[in-house]
Design a protein around this ligand. Structure first.
Ligand code: GLC
Length: 427
């Protein structure tokens, strides 16, 4: 049966409205106005969540999409760093520190990063509005952040940037990190306590160096070149080059970002591609050992328009539409069904170990279209809409049944609005 996309769109609009947080923060009297991932479980502002919220808000009211990015940019620091969480409400700080494994750089923000989806979000806002003044307004902190990533997070100068904690990719408990995080995947109830202990180990090792981020990456405690992070970074650089042109910046700036985008793609192809397996592996540690766990991020370079078409074809035909791996009734699972760590029911009570996430499907949908696979893209969009119709606007979903899991009324699942608009016209 075709999905009732109108009902799903209405629910997405409801969640975007009900998750909106507004006020004046004790953080220097700054005014905040953003959509939180979940009022109960995640009441703060997260870096990549907000970028997805902005993309969804474009379909509701572009003024709100701009507001989301403006609010996020208040976290930009003079050296270019932008934190992964802004904790606007002081009264909720204690609960946050108890609940999440996070390291703070300030009472109001964390010391760590998340994937730079923001450049793609700003380009989407411009595509919808043609508002070049908005681009000129938000471009400087975004440009500085991309330059910060390059100067602080590429210690081996190979163009790929490194994360220093698993949650910097946004994929906190992905089994691809298990070995380096000293996590044994069973029994399931042990995974989360082991992860928490390992995070503490990282925090202790990093504590003396927090003010010198470039040194942390060379400590080699958890230095990780993540394929999904770098694919988003490469796509972001490509978007930045376009945004520079829109803003009327000197041509050399656009050229700088465009050529770096090409080099990131080339580095992924040269260092992460496995010709035999037909996927891209993350590189673990200073010695860059391929992390051979089949997660969705092994497919992520598909989002790069200039990816070698032969590789793109293999990613799709051998893996993405493979029913033993990723093409389950409600694709794309965060971990392939063929992996021993595949945990679709979330028995480990933590994230990214099997369930399907809407933000991943959103990126892969556009990647499929960029590589001429409109048929697969449309099927992915339809199944995503049906999954939400079945499971609700949840944080993630059982890829076999579509049952909703994790937080309810979850922010970035509303990015389905963009898929609905692409497939059915305005939702
Ligand atoms: C979880 C996710 C992370 C997300 C955050 C807020 O920690 O793993 O990617 O940003 O929740 O939704």
């Amino acid at each position: 049966m075709p999905a009732d996309w109108k009902r799903v769109a209405a629910d997405a609009r409801r969640v975007l409205a009900s998750n909106r947080q507004r006020g004046i923060s004790a953080w220097g009297g700054r005014r905040y106005d953003f959509v939180c991932p979940s009022p109960t479980r995640y009441p703060f502002q997260w870096f990549w969540d907000s970028a997805f919220h902005a993309i969804a808000l474009v379909q509701v009211d572009p003024a709100l999409a701009k507001q989301e990015i403006r609010c996020l940019m208040q976290g930009a620091q003079p050296d270019g760093f932008i934190p992964h969480m802004l904790l606007w409400e002081k009264s909720a700080h204690e609960a946050a520190l108890r609940e999440y494994s996070i390291a703070l750089a300030d009472p109001f923000f964390t010391a760590t990063i998340q994937p730079p989806v923001v450049a793609r979000a700003v380009l989407r806002i411009h595509e919808a509005t043609g508002d070049a003044d908005f681009v000129r307004e938000v471009l400087p902190p975004i440009r500085r952040f991309f330059r910060w990533l390059r100067s602080q997070r590429d210690p081996d100068d190979d163009t790929l940037v490194a994360i220093i904690q698993p949650d910097e990719s946004g994929l906190d408990a992905s089994p691809k990190y298990d070995e380096l995080m000293e996590i044994s995947a069973s029994p399931p109830e042990e995974v989360l306590p082991q992860l928490r202990r390992s995070m503490q180990r990282l925090f202790t090792a990093y504590a003396p160096y927090r003010s010198e981020p470039a040194r942390i990456a060379v400590l080699d405690v958890f230095t990780w070149e993540d394929v999904m992070f770098n694919a988003i970074y490469g796509d972001g650089l490509r978007c930045l080059a376009k945004l520079c042109a829109i803003a009327g910046a000197p041509e050399r700036e656009g050229d700088e970002f465009a050529s770096r985008a090409s080099r990131v793609r080339a580095a992924l192809e040269a260092k992460c591609w496995d010709e035999q397996a037909g996927v891209f592996w993350d590189l673990a540690g200073w010695r860059e050992r391929p992390a051979q766990v089949l997660t969705f991020s092994t497919l992520f370079p598909l989002i790069l328009d200039d990816l070698d078409p032969v590789k793109a074809k293999r990613l799709v035909d051998e893996h993405l539409v493979n029913e033993r791996e990723f093409w389950l009734p409600y694709p794309i699972p965060s971990v392939a069904a063929s992996e021993p760590t595949f945990d679709p029911e979330c028995r480990t009570d933590t994230t990214w170990r099997g369930p399907t996430w809407v933000n991943v499907n959103w990126y892969l949908y556009w990647g499929l279209r960029a590589h001429g696979r409109r048929d697969v893209a449309s099927e992915l969009a339809e199944r995503t809409i049906r999954m939400i119709e079945r499971g609700g606007m949840r944080e993630f979903f059982d890829p076999r049944t579509g049952e909703g899991e994790g937080a309810r009324d979850f922010g970035w699942s509303t990015v389905v609005l963009d898929l609905i608009a692409a497939e059915h016209g305005s939702g």
